[in-house]
Design a binder for this molecule. Structure first.
Ligand code: SF4
Length: 176
């Protein structure tokens, strides 16, 4: 895909819309979470068990590894490979429900090309060892950014019970 198409699809008026990997992650997790995050209303308690266990895992897995600055589009977990052909890695705590992580990784591959003109590939490290290869897909990323833009301009979606609600840091707001 040409950089012209990337830019045309990414720019709104004269102001570029910037979406982070976390916004894309939330988009695939739950529209309510994505909407709250985009509007700056998402309250995340750092003491919540899910958040704490994630931070612990992050520190043990990759806090001392090399990273790649993808500002303002987010921060990938770690990177390996050469400077011109890097592999961007994301770690997951789960073997299941990893579409949010796949989308986040595709967004980082897109960001690496946009920022540095490098063709990276992705590796998603699932719980207990399996590694999944993630290839760039700019069409999907641009569609995801459009969905985020639509959410940004909409009212908050009605919460709907989904499997991740039980571990969600926002459940007290949605369901009590
Ligand atoms: S509790 Fe469920 S519906 Fe509410 S934000 Fe979390 S995942 Fe979404």
């Amino acid at each position: 895909m040409s950089s012209q198409v990337r830019d045309d699809d990414y720019v709104t008026g004269s102001t570029e819309s910037i979406y982070t990997g976390k916004a894309v992650f939330y988009l695939y997790s739950c529209p309510v979470l994505a909407w709250l995050y985009l509007h700056g209303h998402l309250v995340v308690d750092p003491a919540q068990e899910y958040i704490r266990s994630g931070k612990d895992l992050d520190e043990s897995r990759f806090s001392n590894k090399r990273s790649l600055d993808l500002t303002p589009y987010g921060k990938c977990d770690w990177v390996t490979g050469t400077q011109t052909n890097p592999v961007i890695h994301e770690g997951s705590r789960s073997k299941f429900h990893n579409d949010p992580k796949r989308a986040q990784l595709r967004h980082y591959l897109w960001a690496a090309h946009k920022l540095y003109n490098i063709n990276a590939i992705g590796e998603l490290h699932l719980a207990k060892g399996p590694v999944e290869r993630i290839m760039p897909n700019d069409d999907m990323v641009i569609k995801d950014h459009q969905r985020l833009k639509d959410l940004l301009n909409s009212n908050m979606p009605e919460p709907r019970r989904i499997p991740i609600c039980s571990g969600c840091s926002n459940q007290d707001w949605c369901w009590r």
